[in-house]
Each structure stands twice: as structure tokens, then as C-alpha cells.
Design a protein around this ligand. Structure first.
Ligand SMILES: Cc1cc2nc3c(=O)[nH]c(=O)nc-3n(C[C@H](O)[C@H](O)[C@H](O)COP(=O)(O)OP(=O)(O)OC[C@H]3O[C@@H](n4cnc5c(N)ncnc54)[C@H](O)[C@@H]3O)c2cc1C
Length: 244
């Protein structure tokens, strides 16, 4: 059984900006395609492609956030593959609706007999707590395997084996704990990511989703997020521009 102690966050898609030559911007400073796309959209509103204030993209985006003109950030969509998080963490994540898309591992279709489990950050490093936790998740997984076998027998009369397996797994999964690892692909635009990160990096957020949110931090569009060591010993983040 794999025991996971940290999330794995992989950026799997980012914007590709194809600048229209007839509306070319006088860019200043370095920028990624996603950042340029947001600046291009913002400049279109005022037809300020000539960049009269001679702003770098970093300064321009900072001003966008200061003005609360967050809709221009909606054009830049980033897609993350998130692994090594628990079902309880993903349950909190999928509460974020506006601007988000999700595709998550199905416990009805996927055999969880060898699923991994995620140690809650608050237990990490405490041998006694971790050992008691491990005994509980091991017993739960064994109960799951037994239940799948029993249910497959109970529904032997279902001719379609794929359907029978699904029936067995969807019932047996009720025995798996919240700590069961899940994998999820999450698409969101920058405005939505910022709102989610602001809520989930805060000291009031549960430690596991906070750890995941801190790991997902990225430059420029998120430059106003400041990561710091919180009183409870874990990292948290605060933001200068609230909910743009
Ligand atoms: C520390 C913490 C503790 C929490 N505790 C609980 C809890 O005990 N129980 C619980 O159920 N949830 C809890 N939540 C989840 C919380 O209630 C929200 O569901 C979650 O944070 C998503 O926030 P959101 O709706 O603002 O996000 P999104 O769905 O991403 O929406 C972003 C913004 O879009 C707007 N919006 C989205 N949908 C609508 C709509 N239908 N109508 C109008 N405006 C809309 C709102 O301005 C919203 O803030 C907790 C969250 C945090 C951070």
C-alpha cells in the first residue's frame, strides 16, 4: 500500500497566445503567453496597444488587479493534474464552481484494492498518530476488497461483467476512508484560480488543501500572493488584491 505525504501538482496545459499583427502591443518586460493574453485583452478595452504609460506586463497586470478589472484574467486558462490528495481535499476543491472544470478518478470504475492513502498533514511526523492511522486505513482497504468479492458473488446473475464490477465497486467504496488518494484534472481561468487560492491558502483553510494551494503558486499573475509561515507551523498565503 502506498502512503503519500505530499501532493503532486503538474501543470499540463497553459495558454498559447497568437498575437494579431494588426493590433500588436508595444510590450515591455518579460511575460508568458498567459500574461500577454490578459494584457492584450485589457488593452483592447481602451485600444491602448501603443502602451503610452510604458508599463511592463508585470506593472500592467498589477494595475489590472488594483482596479479590480478581473474579467480580463478570465481569458488565461491553466490546467493542473493534481495527484496525492485525499478525497476529503478534493471534496473541498470541487466546491469552487465559477470558471472551473474537473475530471476526477471514478471509484465506480477504478479498482481501489491497491489505492494509496494520504496522511493528514497534522499527523505527519508523529509516530503514534501515524501508526494508528495506518492500522485504520489498512483495515478499511481490506474490508473494501472483501466487500467487492462478496458483491461480485451476490450479483453473479448480472450477465455484463463490467456492469457487475461497477455495481460491486460503487457499493464497496463506501468503506473507503476520506484519506483515499484521488487524482483530478482541474481547468480554471486565472480569475477563478486567484479566488480559490485566496480562500484555500488562508490560515482558516484545512491544512491539506492549503498545502496543495501553496504548491500551485505561480509568478506575475499571482505576484501579489505572499507565502508565510503560519502560527500552526504550516505555510499559508495572503493576497494584496482581494477577489479581483
Ligand atoms: C475555511 C473554509 C471553511 C469552509 N467551511 C465550509 C463548511 O463548513 N460547509 C460548507 O458547506 N462549505 C464550507 N466551505 C466552502 C465554502 O462555503 C464555498 O463553497 C467554497 O469556498 C467555494 O467558494 P465560492 O462559492 O466563493 O467559490 P466559487 O464557486 O468558485 O465562486 C466564486 C464566486 O463566484 C460567485 N458565484 C459563484 N456561484 C454563484 C451563484 N450561484 N450565485 C451567485 N454568485 C455566485 C460568488 O461571488 C463566488 O464567491 C468552506 C470554505 C473555506 C475556505
Amino acid at each position: 500500500m502506498d502512503i503519500l505525504r505530499a501532493p503532486r501538482v503538474t501543470l499540463i496545459a497553459r495558454p498559447q497566445f497568437a498575437e494579431p499583427p494588426h493590433l500588436a502591443v508595444s510590450w515591455r518586460g518579460d511575460a508568458t503567453d498567459g500574461e500577454k493574453l490578459a494584457e492584450f485583452a485589457g488593452r483592447l478595452c481602451y485600444m491602448s496597444q501603443a502602451n503610452p504609460a510604458k508599463r511592463t506586463t508585470a506593472d500592467y497586470l498589477d494595475n489590472i488587479k488594483k482596479q479590480g478589472h478581473g474579467s480580463v484574467l478570465e481569458h488565461s486558462v491553466y490546467v493542473l493534474l493534481i495527484e496525492g490528495i485525499s478525497r476529503s481535499c478534493s471534496h473541498e476543491l470541487v466546491r469552487h464552481r465559477a470558471g472551473f472544470g474537473y475530471s476526477q478518478l471514478s471509484q465506480r470504475y477504478v479498482d481501489e484494492s491497491h489505492a494509496a492513502f494520504v496522511v493528514p498533514p497534522a499527523m505527519l511526523g508523529d509516530e503514534k498518530l501515524e501508526a494508528a492511522w495506518l492500522a485504520q486505513v489498512t483495515a478499511a482497504q481490506e474490508a473494501y476488497v472483501r466487500a467487492v468479492e462478496d458483491l461480485m458473488r451476490r450479483y453473479e446473475w448480472v450477465a455484463d461483467k463490467v456492469h457487475r464490477r461497477k455495481m460491486a465497486r460503487e457499493a464497496a467504496r463506501s468503506l473507503l476512508p476520506n484519506a483515499t488518494e484521488t487524482k483530478i484534472v482541474v481547468s480554471a481561468n486565472v480569475r477563478a484560480w486567484r479566488t480559490m487560492l485566496e480562500l484555500r491558502c488562508g490560515e482558516g483553510a484545512e491544512q491539506e488543501i492549503r498545502r496543495m494551494a501553496v504548491a500551485a503558486e505561480a509568478p506575475r499573475l499571482f505576484a501579489d500572493f505572499e507565502i508565510y509561515g503560519a502560527e500552526d507551523g504550516a505555510e499559508a498565503a495572503r493576497v494584496t488584491y482581494h477577489k479581483v
